[in-house]
Design a protein around this ligand. Structure first.
Ligand SMILES: NC(=O)c1ccc[n+]([C@@H]2O[C@H](COP(=O)([O-])OP(=O)(O)OC[C@H]3O[C@@H](n4cnc5c(N)ncnc54)[C@H](OP(=O)(O)O)[C@@H]3O)[C@@H](O)[C@H]2O)c1
Length: 300
């Protein structure tokens, strides 16, 4: 099958491309040069913020299935430039969905727990979104664009993505490991209840949803455990055998441009029932994260 992945230089998109190789014909789309390991895929440099370039690339490839993982993901940068966030997260998703409609292709668009306000999480798929901030609003509008414009579409929500894969960009989880290894304490929010998503697991669930189900609508595909960020950091430290020098801080004590949901998190019972790849409990997710890290060739 001809499968395209947007955001292919990103945490989730990069994993998805790696998992597709050898099984499908793959178009990896990202902005600028490819940062993935060489492999049997075609790279396309396409800007989601540019009117038609992603749409044109998908049409030229004659995609049969598209995992749309590209997005402006820096929530504070989105708050500073909401027009750009809109062009990428809404306009870019419109491009992808229009191409899928024209091609009769199946679409999975990746979204976020930030569509919820964080007053009463964890949330299931039926909970009513109430996005706060530019990133959250544009991602919520992107969900609607995907579901309205593409006839065969699903939205896969993830949260707090992390990866131990070589070349993956730094995340909170990798910073915990790096800082504790240097003997530096790590600050973590004690009042943010979140789900996390190991990118390799989230990508596997997204690809199964895309290629092996006809599910339409929203599905939560994060890890299965809801926890606060201090707890998450302590568990990362424990898994790597590092001293848990985690300094709890309150969200209100830190000056952040964009609002953060406090009582967030996603429930994943529906994904657990629907998919062969089940959402991982945090212990299993961190075992895999640790194994990914070791396979980088860096000592723990
Ligand atoms: N990361 C998280 O914690 C998190 C949490 C909840 C939901 N999500 C959602 O999960 C999905 C995957 O994100 P991720 O975690 O893989 O984040 P990521 O690593 O930041 O990946 C996003 C990718 O999109 C690309 N991108 C940004 N602007 C673009 C543009 N104008 N044109 C083309 N590509 C562009 C980025 O390119 P560069 O590599 O060049 O920057 C990056 O490779 C997104 O829909 C995101 O909203 C992520």
């Amino acid at each position: 099958m001809r499968v395209a992945v947007t955001g292919a230089n990103g945490l989730l998109g990069g994993e998805a491309v790696a998992q597709l190789l050898g099984r499908h014909e793959v178009l990896a789309l990202g902005r600028g040069p490819c940062r993935l390991r060489p492999g049997a895929y075609v790279w396309g440099d396409s800007d989601l913020a540019d009117g038609r370039s992603v749409e044109a690339a998908l049409l030229a490839f004659r995609a049969q299935a598209v995992l749309h993982a590209g997005a402006a993901t820096d929530v504070d940068a989105c708050e500073g430039d909401p027009a750009l966030a809109w062009r990428v997260n809404v306009g870019g998703t419109e491009q992808v969905a229009r191409a899928c409609r024209a091609l009769g292709a199946r679409l999975v668009a990746v979204s976020t727990d930030y569509v919820f306000d964080g007053e009463a999480g964890p949330y299931d798929e039926e909970a009513v979104p109430n996005p706060r901030g530019a990133y959250a609003r544009t991602k919520r509008c992107g969900e609607e664009a995907a579901l309205l414009l593409a006839p065969d579409a699903a939205v896969a929500r993830v949260a707090v993505v992390y990866s131990g894969r070589a070349g993956a960009r730094p995340t909170f989880a990798t910073q915990v490991v790096e800082k504790l290894r240097r003997g530096e304490p790590v600050k973590a929010f004690s009042d943010q209840l979140v789900s996390t998503t190991l990118a390799s697991s989230g990508a596997a669930m997204c690809l199964e949803l895309l290629l092996e189900t006809g599910y339409r609508g929203v599905l939560h595909v994060s890890d299965a455990t809801v926890l606060d960020r201090v707890d998450f950091a302590r568990r990362v430290a424990a898994r790597f055998g590092l001293p848990a020098e985690i300094v709890p801080v309150k969200t209100a004590e830190v000056k952040l441009a964009a609002p953060r949901p406090l009582r967030g998190g996603l429930t994943v019972a529906r994904a657990a029932a629907l998919l062969r790849h089940r959402p991982l409990a945090i212990e299993e997710a961190l075992d895999r994260f640790h194994a990914e890290w070791l396979s980088r060739g860096t000592p723990p």
